[in-house]
Ligand binder design. Structure first.
Ligand SMILES: [Fe+2]
Length: 315
């Protein structure tokens, strides 16, 4: 196979402190539905056909567990595995059948240069029923990760997994594996950590309905509602989940094709309406939202859990 590539974003897997509370949040407040619950994990779907968009695993430390991508078929999975292995990347497993509780399928795992677990698979089960409720997320739209070595991470996603660079705004690369302007973005920081996961809402009205549901559940907006003046030009509203992960409702993410001109920082920094705004008014993340997006909230909670564990072991 000439140039095997991933062709879509399926789901995100998160290690969480308390599975019951986290699943309840993603179900009742965020708007997802149970697909499968096990002793230590919960798989939750959006309204679209993907088997699940979030998998939660109860662990002593919270963090990003995996990002799941799709490939067209088993032959593409095999060809990608061969290409990645030849590149010298740390491949976690040979292609194999995935567990049925996660929708099955055929795939493998590889570590990105900064250690994120990337799963690539084909033939995963999907739902034939589309849930008719536009106030709830339809799918996972994109994942942004904080990276310490931007160039190395970009080379991995672009040169090995087959992503294309859509834009770079001077401190973030927005990369695509489908018509969606970005399925992954790499934020230059002290990484590695999860910056945020964005869930797609059908339109602006449905995004506002989601925001309303979150506020009724006493989860305040951490940034937005606004429209990014930068790459993707999407409407956004950011929140923090009970663990400290930053999550986003988004809509109207730009859809592009091969004619899309990649533009760099000079172009984006000169755009009008910077920074991101709404009705002419600047909107910026709250301090607590910015901390969550930088991975600081999770880091602090993990550190306090480590202290509790150490104290218990010492006593
Ligand atoms: Fe986003």
């Amino acid at each position: 196979m000439a140039d095997p590539k991933v062709n879509g974003l399926r789901s995100i897997e998160l290690n969480v402190f308390n599975l019951k509370d986290s699943a309840e949040f993603y179900r009742k407040a965020w708007g997802l539905d149970d697909v499968k619950l096990t002793n230590g994990a919960a798989y939750l779907r959006a309204t679209g056909p993907n088997h699940h968009v979030v998998a939660l695993h109860e662990k002593p430390r919270a963090g990003l567990a995996a990002i799941n991508f799709s490939a067209a078929d088993k032959a593409t999975v095999d060809a990608l595995h061969a290409k990645i292995t030849a590149s010298g990347a740390t491949v976690h497993s040979a292609p194999h059948d995935f567990p049925g509780e996660a929708g099955g399928g055929y795939g493998f795992e590889v570590y990105s240069p900064e250690g994120q677990n990337i799963r690539i698979s084909s033939d995963v089960a999907s739902h034939s029923d589309i849930i008719d409720d536009p106030s709830r997320p339809a799918c996972l739209n994109h994942v942004v990760i904080n990276v310490a070595d931007h160039d190395k991470q970009l080379a991995f996603f672009r040169d090995i997994l087959g992503f294309k660079l859509s834009d770079n705004n001077g401190h973030m690369s927005f990369i695509r594996c489908s018509a969606n302007h970005h399925s992954i973005a790499l934020a230059e920081s002290q990484g590695p950590s999860l910056n945020h996961a964005a869930f797609e809402m059908h339109d602006f009205v449905s995004l506002m309905q989601g925001v309303g549901r979150m506020r009724l559940a006493e989860h305040e907006v951490g940034w937005g509602v606004g429209r990014h003046s930068g790459p993707g030009r999407n409407i956004f509203s950011y929140f923090v989940d009970p663990n400290g992960f930053a999550i986003e409702y988004t809509t109207e993410v730009e859809q592009v094709d091969d004619s899309y001109p990649t533009r760099m920082g000079d172009y984006w920094q000169a755009q009008p309406l910077r920074p991101c705004s709404w009705a002419g008014k600047m909107t910026v993340p709250t301090k607590w939202m910015a901390e969550a997006m930088n991975g600081i909230t999770i880091e602090k909670r993990n550190a306090s859990c480590d202290d509790v564990i150490s104290e218990k072991m010492a006593s």
